[in-house]
Design a protein around this ligand. Structure first.
Ligand code: FAD
Length: 474
């Protein structure tokens, strides 16, 4: 008979490991199957986020920011450094060490919580049985009362620009370049393209980002996108909008790109090409016959508001289901499902999930944009405040950007917050908390904010909703 568990989680990324740890905390006998193998050939829990996503990209963004600041920002403080150099091997090595620390940390947490960990690929069979194929091809079947699918996502590959891992790469490849590409092409001006494009630009690459859509960062607030575009242009990041790639040919050490631009067909020659056109749910080979689990037209597991997959005891969370492909969304879904399985109330509010782009300046938002309010006929008012008028931001030499709060015109309830500037990845949390507690702009405006801090921009933006900002003309 198959070994029996209360919960089997397929996938040990952010969504899966949160589900597994929370289930084990609640006293459920839990197993997690994950297929990720690290560069040392051993299991590396943590999925995309820890191995080739959130954490390694932030490590590289931080290293490259230090190098950039050394060359471009230290002068204003009276600090000069001659002949600054970067050793890419050391930088990538630091990133790898951080990744190992965190993937190992998840393994330790699994051990501490007595979670049975299987290295291999899981396939859901009928009747909540899961077949595991180990890396050496051996198979075994385990069973559970509940199965949580958390198989995540994979980069989308363009048929005319196939990844070769060297010249044409995905996010994993762009985090592991051995040398700084002299000319780097990036396809897609989304979160990943902007972040990884910024890393290599700061290190000295000539970076060109081609974006098929006519608007820059169409998902963000239009004013935020405008400020970000201006700041990126100042940094020398070239972003061409309305540029549709049709061909990428590797010729020797170069990649020759052909694309339809605003003024007709164009060509661009680069040394390396990062294709960052989005990610797709990773569900191939996941389902056996007659499981009853449905996939939508984008290969995502179809779930209801509580991540239930429509079959008794089967759930799905994270990037492999609807909603934003963000690690923290997966964390919350994983924990919520574990709690529901244990008979508790688990819920995730998709309306208050913060988005962050860790460029310079950082970009962050939560809730609705002005455009969405208009499209949905929601009456709204806005208040904004520039970092250029925040003492701390100026003292830090980071005056770019602003905070904007959108509130309902009649109830004053906060509908959205849009931030661009230094450390807004941290500042957005305050807005999320306010929205989660159904707070009003008045609530934020009456909360004492420490002086001098960047958070004063949030305070002043909230005051400005009611035209009573102190440090700017209303
Ligand atoms: P994944 O992290 O993809 O994990 C799924 C796991 O399941 C993997 O380990 C996979 O090997 C395993 N698996 C798949 N199929 C099977 C199977 N059949 N059997 C066993 N195991 C299987 N998000 C943020 O919130 N903040 C960021 O700053 C951020 N930065 C990012 C930067 C980059 C470069 C990238 C690529 C992504 C970034 N993301 C970020 C997105 C984030 O990484 C994902 O949203 C998150 O990892 C999704 O978690 P998940 O658990 O759903 O899936």
């Amino acid at each position: 008979m198959s070994e029996q568990f209360d919960v089997i989680v397929i996938g040990g990324g952010p969504a899966g490991y949160h589900a597994a740890i929370r289930a084990a905390q609640l006293g459920l006998k839990t197993a997690c199957i994950d297929s990720w193998v690290g560069p040392d050939g051993k299991a590396a829990l943590g999925g995309t986020c820890l191995n080739v996503g959130c954490i390694p990209s932030k490590a590289m963004l931080d290293s490259s920011k230090q190098f950039w600041n050394l060359q471009h920002s230290f002068g204003v403080h009276g600090i000069s450094v001659k002949d600054a150099k970067i050793d890419v091997g050391t930088m990538v090595g630091r990133k790898d060490k951080i990744v190992k620390q965190f993937t190992g940390g998840v393994a330790m947490l699994f051990k501490a919580n007595k979670i049975t960990s299987f290295l291999g690929t899981g396939k859901l069979l009928k009747g909540r049985q899961v077949e595991i194929t180990a890396p050496d091809g051996t198979k075994k079947t385990i069973a559970a009362t509940n199965v949580v699918i958390a198989t995540g996502s994979a980069p989308i590959e363009l048929p005319f620009a196939k990844f070769d891992g060297k010249r044409i790469v995905d996010n994993a490849g762009a985090l592991d370049f051995k040398d700084i590409p002299k000319r780097l092409g990036v396809i897609g001006a989304g979160v990943i393209g902007l972040e990884l494009g910024s890393v290599w630009k700061r290190l000295g690459s000539d970076v060109t980002i081609l974006e098929a859509l006519p608007d820059f960062l169409g998902v963000a607030d239009a004013e935020v996108a405008k400020v970000a575009a201006r700041e990126f242009a100042k940094q020398g990041l070239k972003i061409e909008l309305g540029a549709k790639l049709s061909k990428a040919e590797i010729k020797g050490n170069e990649v020759h790109l052909t694309y339809a631009g605003k003024d007709g067909e164009k060509t661009l020659v680069v040394d390396q090409l990062l294709v960052a056109v989005g990610r797709r749910a990773f569900t191939e080979g996941l389902l056996g016959d007659d499981t009853g689990v449905k996939l939508d037209e984008r290969g995502r597991v179809v779930v209801d508001d509580h991540c239930w997959a429509g079959v008794e005891g089967v759930w799905a969370v994270g990037d492999c289901v609807r909603g934003p492909m963000l690690a923290h969304k997966g964390f919350e879904e994983g924990m919520a499902v574990a709690e529901i399985i244990a008979g508790k109330a688990g819920h995730v509010n998709l309306e208050t999930i913060p988005w962050v782009i860790y460029t310079e300046p950082e970009i962050a938002w939560v809730g609705k944009t002005e455009a969405q309010c208009k499209a949905e006929n929601i009456p709204f008012k806005t208040g904004s405040f520039p970092f250029a008028a925040v003492g701390r931001a100026v003292a830090m030499n980071e005056p770019a950007g602003f905070v904007k709060i959108i509130a309902h015109a009649e109830t004053d309830r906060i509908l959205g917050a849009h931030l661009v500037g230094a450390n807004v990845s941290e500042l957005v949390s305050e807005c999320v908390v306010a929205m989660e507690f159904k707070g009003s702009a008045e609530d934020l405006a009456r909360i004492v904010h420490a002086h001098p801090t960047l958070s004063e921009a949030v305070h002043e933006a909230a005051l400005s909703v009611d035209k009573r900002s102190i440090h700017k003309a209303n």
